[in-house]
Design a protein around this ligand. Structure first.
Ligand code: ZN
Length: 315
């Protein structure tokens, strides 16, 4: 349950949605769209539109009619769910429509990572935006049928694409990614990808392959990227990661070897950090300016659980 995740891992981003997804009522989407209370978020590719608020968090939800007037495409609306009976939708926006909003005083344009890092909206809305962005990313990539090449239609409130030519049905997908902190006593293994911000060190991660358990994927990725063998693997928590549509499966892994051999295609460096030094990465007080990912990211919480000597939930 999202509620439990947020209580156990405060500040973890993208996990706070409280919407009832009403998956059994998605065929009622036309009625939900005519509900005068309906609200919608607006996303154009990587750009999210927020309603500016003077104090406190900004608002990611607009009245549906206002969202449409700003360029939201109603024909491609995704029903995110109900909040106290009020339907919430995600509407895609053309880049040109988003561009036309630049400079307005009542809204501003930003990206989902910035919204999470800077806590620009409530945790509940951040969770809704994560779902919205993943869904709209999937739609943007699934215009044609992978079975026959026909143009697909949108069905089930945006949760299905249907092929009128061959009757194939296509469903939104989520790609599982394991992210693990490998631990050897009082030390943990962190790496640096060339894609990271300067001085940032984080957990190793990689996509789960077909036919593989999460645990085996964690062991394989750690061996491939850093040459470290690992044994026991324990699950801590997960995080939707809508870039474009993944879920991160966070784990602690027990190291069985210590000599690091990096895969230079994946990492520019990897090294062991003592628990005390890892604490300085989290607090951003390391004497060399090294940092861990921000607290919205699951890697931060995997490192923090190790630094604080906390067992995973149920562990
Ligand atoms: Zn088809």
């Amino acid at each position: 349950m999202a509620t439990d995740v947020l209580e156990l891992w405060p500040y973890l981003g993208y996990v706070g949605s409280r919407l009832d997804r009403v998956s059994e009522r998605r065929n009622q989407t036309p009625e939900f769209l005519s509900d005068t209370r309906a609200r919608a978020c607006l996303i154009a590719g990587e750009t999210v539109i927020l309603a500016r608020r003077g104090a406190g968090p900004h608002d990611a939800l607009f009245e549906l009619s206002r969202a449409v007037s700003m360029g939201g495409r109603l024909s491609e609306a995704c029903l995110l769910g109900l909040s106290d009976g009020v339907p919430h939708f995600a509407l895609p926006l053309h880049a040109a429509s988003a561009g036309a909003l630049e400079g307005r005083e009542d809204v501003f344009l930003t990206d989902l990572r910035s919204i999470a890092v800077e806590q620009l909206v409530s945790p509940e809305q951040l969770g809704e935006l994560a779902c919205a962005k993943a869904m709209l990313s999937w739609h943007a990539r699934r215009t044609f049928c992978s079975n026959c090449g026909g143009r697909l239609e949108v069905g089930d409130g945006g949760w299905r694409r249907e092929c009128p030519q061959c009757a194939a049905q296509h469903f939104p997908r989520t790609d599982p990614v394991v992210i693990m902190l490998t631990i050897d006593g009082d030390n943990c293994l962190l790496g640096r990808s060339p894609r990271f911000a300067e001085n940032m060190w984080s957990c190793l991660a990689g996509f789960v392959e077909p036919g593989e358990t999460f645990e085996d994927a964690a062991r394989r990725e750690t061996m491939e990227e850093a040459g470290i063998r690992s044994g026991a693997v324990r699950y801590l928590c997960s995080q939707p990661w809508p870039f474009p549509m993944s879920v991160m499966i966070g784990m602690h892994a027990q190291a069985l070897s210590r000599d690091i051999v990096i895969d230079a295609n994946e990492l520019e460096a990897a090294r062991w950090f003592h628990r005390d030094e890892a604490a300085l990465l989290l607090s951003r007080t390391h004497p060399e300016g090294l940092v861990a990912p921000p607290r919205m990211a699951i890697a931060h919480h995997l490192i923090r659980a190790f630094v604080e000597g906390r067992d995973p939930p149920g562990g």
